[in-house]
Design a protein around this ligand. Sequence first.
Ligand code: GDP
Ligand code: IMO
Ligand code: MG
Length: 421
Amino acid sequence: MNTLLVGAQWGDEGKGKIVDVLTEQHDAVVRAQGGNNAGHTVWVGPRKYVLHLVPSGILRPDCLCLIGHGTVIDPLALAGEIKALHRRGINTKGRLFISDRAHLVMPYHRVLDLGREAAAKGKKIGTTGRGIGPTYNDKASRVGLRAGDLLDADHLTASIRARVKEVNVLAKHHGWDTVHSPRIIIDYCAAGRFLAPYITDTALKINTLTARGKKILFEGAQGTLLDIDCGTYPYVTSSNTTAAGLCTGSGLPPNRVDKIIGALKAYTSRVGEGPFPTEAPDLADLLHALGREFGATTGRPRRCGWLDAVLLRYAVAINGIDEFAITNLDGLDTLPVINIATAYRLRGKTLTAPPAAIEDLYACQPVYQTCEGWQSDTTKIRSFNQLPPNARAYLRALEQILGVNIKTISVGPRREQTFHT
Ligand code: GDP
Ligand code: IMO
Ligand code: MG
């Protein structure tokens, strides 16, 4: 049984929490795209963990965790994340596997990422600054270094020297910081020694686990609307964040996928720049005042707005979502009225799917269906039937609009604040 979990919005849907809940029924969890731009929050009892590259399954002692070839890995950040887990008593030896084919984020990728953002002024993307775009750029240009290169110090040293020379020419041209190979060589050789026992062919391992009938959960990072092809380009990340990306990024053959779950927040949030038709600053103020919706990776306040069924129907279509897991229902607890955008108006026309041109999406006006709020605390509720009638009506309306059932409901950040319908 292979299950894919994808973010249905602009990331931060609560994927980490849902993965943690579902991992109880799985033998392995796989990350297949993105890098440490992701921040997945999981609470285990009183302890909060924010995972960036290590799959959220690591918090269940019997679960295997694989980081597939479609990811981009900052080896220093990954080594730091693993060491931090060790300090908190979590064993990774024999449980964590890193693809030898995953591309490496290098210090110059971060320089390029930050340099381009600074130069873009009014047109910046609002990236996480983790060097993700330039790393995927090098991968596509076939000049990248891969995790397997960490296993041979001489080869790694020569590759770093050659690439740094090329990159510094570009950096000087733009007036950006140059980087120095001796420091990088020392740091990356050390990280290579630390990570070496984890590096292997993860695609083959996934294949073997599947052949043995093991249950694998594929943990999406980012969300559908940040997808490089289907998202709100150019305000996207640089990988395929959709269901298909989890196959190419892990080596899971598409005909071995059994179920696709969409993770969905009960409202919408977005970090960084770009269009957001249902953005509602008042809702953002309310959530921020409650200490909610600050980025798990960068700490930036997230932009917030109403649910957007135009974008969600698009997410259902291109991911093939079989069922939804909805999180943060409790975020709406105090509201008298809740909106769901069911269509857009654009220059006198009604649209039921998002336009491709970013200028058009900026100009779209949402058409709202209004639902009555429930104005009561849902955080202690543990079954669908205990939910206030207006909360049930909101969820049923959503299922109707999206044509997909909501099978999992989350009313708080903790494992126990979850139930199934
Ligand atoms: P991810 O990137 O999709 O894993 O999501 P993040 O961890 O970046 O952001 C989701 C945030 O919502 C985290 O702070 C979670 O602890 C929190 N969270 C998840 N589900 C719920 C929920 O149902 N209610 C509340 N109050 N918080 C939740
Ligand atoms: P998780 O997995 C929310 C956003 C950035 C920026 C754009 C490009 O936690 O849901 P990048 O650094 O990837 O080049 O930035 O994508 N972004 C995310 N937003 N959640 C994430 O991950 C994100 N990863 C990247 O804010 O707008
Ligand atoms: Mg996140």
